[in-house]
Design a binder for this molecule. Structure first.
Ligand SMILES: N[C@@H](CCC(=O)N[C@@H](CS)C(=O)NCC(=O)O)C(=O)O
Length: 212
């Protein structure tokens, strides 16, 4: 049976994709890429993901029945949404809904990911303490959390229905302590995250890869 191969590690960008694969019920195999051991630089992985970042996928049953490989988590989420016909409203029948999801996905890919990732780096992993960078990325993370909290106030999901925007944002929100953020500061995000965490497919997706 045709399968999707997922190259991933236990990080927010990887878990976006395992959540989506679980949500759609696609058959997939997990290929852990230990970025701590620099496996992202192995030639066989670079052939799939020349930017040496996880996640990447190979769909052996791609658009023309041929295998297709993809990197960049936002592109992978859009691909899987189109393949499954779920979690991204159809551009023809619901263009406003479609572009709303694209907009929040791009917000995550351009901000609530890269900026939070820098906060993780300077607050937790940098070999030297750099107060300017810690403040810059902690402040920017907090600003993005405020934007998200406002969007989620009075809403069940980031957009009008459960979508790839939720799947992209959730694993980053779950690393809130690394960003110096407490749940009680952002009650709308906290309530949304609690609801997301109750989905079995989210629980399974967040546990990938099992080696961690
Ligand atoms: N924009 C990329 C970012 C992916 C990314 O930053 N992946 C990290 C783990 S979360 C990684 O593979 N890092 C390895 C490295 O920096 O060499 C995406 O969304 O797929």
């Amino acid at each position: 049976m045709a399968m999707i191969d997922l190259y991933t590690w236990g990080t927010p960008n990887g878990r976006k994709i395992s959540i989506m694969l679980e949500a759609c019920g696609f058959d997939y195999r997990i290929f852990p890429v230990n970025i701590g051991k620099r496996e992202q630089f192995l030639p066989q992985f670079l052939a799939l993901s020349p930017n040496n970042r996880i996640p990447a996928i190979v769909d052996h049953d791609g658009p023309d029945g041929n295998a297709i490989s993809l990197f960049e988590s936002g592109a992978i989420l859009i691909y899987l949404a189109n393949k499954g016909g779920r979690y991204l409203p159809d551009v023809s029948s619901d263009p406003a809904g479609h572009y709303q999801v694209q907009q929040w996905l791009m917000w995550q890919m351009g901000g609530f990911g890269p900026m939070l990732g820098q906060a993780h780096h300077f607050r937790r992993f940098a070999k030297e303490q750099v107060p300017y960078s810690i403040k810059r990325y902690s402040d920017e993370s907090r600003r993005l959390w405020q934007v998200l909290d406002k969007q989620l106030t009075g809403r069940e999901y980031v957009c009008d229905q459960l979508s790839i925007a939720d799947f992209a944002i959730y694993p980053w929100a779950m690393r809130h302590e690394w960003q110096g953020i407490q749940w009680d500061e952002f009650p709308a995000v906290a309530q949304w995250a609690k609801g997301m965490g109750e989905y079995d497919f989210v629980k399974r997706g967040m546990a990938v890869p099992e080696t961690l």
